[in-house]
Design a protein around this ligand. Structure first.
Ligand SMILES: O=C(O)c1ccccc1N[C@@H]1O[C@H](COP(=O)(O)O)[C@@H](O)[C@H]1O
Length: 223
């Protein structure tokens, strides 16, 4: 299902600090992603405790996403319980495990997939994140994949498709035009150094994705 007639949602992922989360929120991100519990070495990984704090202090109407690589369904449920996100993005689970997880959590379940295996996950996840996954099933590769093939998937699948993998301020406009995804997702492409976002790049990415709003700085929602 193409979404070229509506605004493309943007997730800024791999946020490691409150300052970077606030930067993404202020610049107009629809969703903010926190990476915790992954089996690959990444500068964007944070502890479950830090992720829980960042989720809890994210202002209303911005979706929080836990990005994780669980061993199995019960491991995923424990991680969701500890962090409390609106959505969980799971890497490396089979379609049947994703289906079981979706049946047991109130969080929206996003499956990280490739264009090749995306049809296997369509009926079991709330949305598909089509990425350039490495051999371990992890994202954050900074590498693009075949956008024409991704476009075919967007047209063939009923589930919302989020395009990820190697997106940057320079290519996100062309990516949206080519693929017409429901949303786009970026981690390494808007960093100034490993694990730290570049404010100008985050704003530029959101602007070129058609989403920048320049919201006022968020205030601490805790009383
Ligand atoms: O970013 C990571 O290091 C990472 C590690 C393990 C699983 C997922 C990860 N990131 C996800 O991959 C996409 C695309 O990343 P990039 O823009 O190509 O760097 C990212 O948005 C996360 O969802």
């Amino acid at each position: 299902m193409t979404h070229s007639d509506s605004r493309t949602r943007v997730k800024i992922c791999g946020l490691t600090t409150a300052a970077d989360r606030d930067l993404a929120v202020t610049a107009g991100a629809d969703a903010v992603g926190f990476i915790s519990g992954v089996s690959v070495d990444t500068p964007r990984e944070i502890s479950a405790e830090t992720a829980a704090t960042l989720v809890e202090t994210t202002p209303p109407f911005v979706s929080t996403v836990l990005v994780t690589m669980p061993d199995d369904v019960s491991d995923a449920l424990e991680r969701i319980d500890r962090v409390g996100p609106d959505a969980v993005q799971v890497h490396g689970l089979s379609p049947s495990a994703v289906a079981a997880l979706a049946g047991e959590t109130d969080a929206a379940v996003l499956a990280a997939v490739t264009a090749a295996n995306s049809p296997d996950y369509e009926s079991v996840a709330d949305a598909l994140v089509v990425d350039s996954l490495d051999d371990d099933g992890a994202g954050g590769t900074g590498e693009t994949h075949d956008w024409e093939r991704a476009r075919d998937r967007v047209e063939a699948l009923d589930s919302p498709v989020v395009l990820a993998g190697g997106l940057t301020p320079d290519n996100v406009g062309a990516a949206i035009e080519t693929v017409a995804p429901y949303g786009v997702d970026v981690a390494s492409g808007v960093e100034r150094s490993s694990g730290h976002k570049d404010p100008a790049a985050v704003r530029s990415f959101l602007g070129r994705a058609g989403t920048r709003t320049d919201r006022p700085e968020p205030t601490d929602p805790t009383p």
